[in-house]
Write a protein that binds this ligand. Structure first.
Ligand SMILES: [Zn+2]
Length: 260
């Protein structure tokens, strides 16, 4: 028994590393943040993820945008995870990204009120090309995380209309023009929610200019569905003007307009 017990104590702490090594052997995977062979997000990088969310106004803020929340700037680990999930189809990142989205959503609304999470719709061609819908997957995971404490549903209330170009490479004005009128509500789903008292939170991976979230909000509100907040994993950091001294090199999320 003594031999058995010491064997156990020696090997059990090594199990996570062995699992990672096995995953690497089988799948050739590595942590998207630090490159450590093994899981797509190593335990160390996962433990360093943010545990709180802040309000993150884009600059300039689209008029009337519901309060947007994010867990951190769109760089480093958060950027590596979002890109890995969205562009490389690393589905092992759905859980940690959904957990982060849940943190943002929880920060944005009253915990007593039932919640409806509305993922920003992806273009059908993008979903086909990627083989999955990253924002929908994250919203579903976020709902599962939040559900023990509250009434939460994911409602795919929105769809994209045809003729919308990919947003990458467009500036703020071009994004607003590209997106104006680009989303519509799925009437059948919306009817099921009519009359329910709930906070509706628009969910996205990244808040960049706020144009996508604002268009989602416009489409929902046009159908009589008020939006309480916007929840995202990350927000693009507002860059200071060239020549402006940045007092602290650590990037932070933007402040609400008018509160410098
Ligand atoms: Zn790592």
């Amino acid at each position: 028994m003594e031999v058995c017990s010491s064997w156990w104590h020696r090997w059990v702490p090594l199990l996570p590393a062995l699992v990672d090594a096995g995953a690497d052997l089988l799948l050739g995977s590595a942590c998207v943040v630090c490159g450590l062979p093994g899981r797509v997000l190593c335990p160390g990088c996962r433990a360093a993820l943010p545990l709180a969310a802040e309000i993150a106004w884009p600059s300039p803020t689209p008029s009337g945008l519901a309060s947007p929340y994010a867990t951190g700037p769109y760089e480093g680990a958060l950027k590596a995870m979002v890109v890995g999930h969205k562009e490389r189809g690393l589905l092992g990142l759905t859980r940690p990204l959904g957990d982060l989205l849940a943190v943002s959503v929880a920060a944005s609304v009253d915990p007593e009120v039932p919640l409806v999470l509305v993922p920003v719709p992806s273009r059908p061609a993008a979903v086909r090309a990627r083989g999955h819908d990253p924002t929908l997957a994250m919203a579903r995971r976020a709902a599962r995380v939040l559900r023990p404490d509250r009434d939460v549903v994911v409602a795919r209330l929105l769809r994209t209309r045809s003729g919308v170009a990919d947003q990458a490479g467009l500036d703020a004005d071009e994004r607003h023009a590209n997106l104006a009128g680009s989303m519509a509500i799925r009437a059948g789903v919306a009817r099921r929610l009519a009359g329910r008292r709930a906070d509706v939170v628009v969910c996205d991976d990244v808040i960049t200019t706020g144009a996508t979230a604002r268009e989602a909000q416009r489409a929902l509100e046009a159908a009589g569905v008020p939006v309480s907040a916007v929840g995202a994993v990350a927000a693009t950091v507002r860059r200071h003007a060239i020549g402006h001294k940045v007092p602290n090199s650590r990037p932070s999320l933007s402040r609400p307009p008018g509160t410098e």
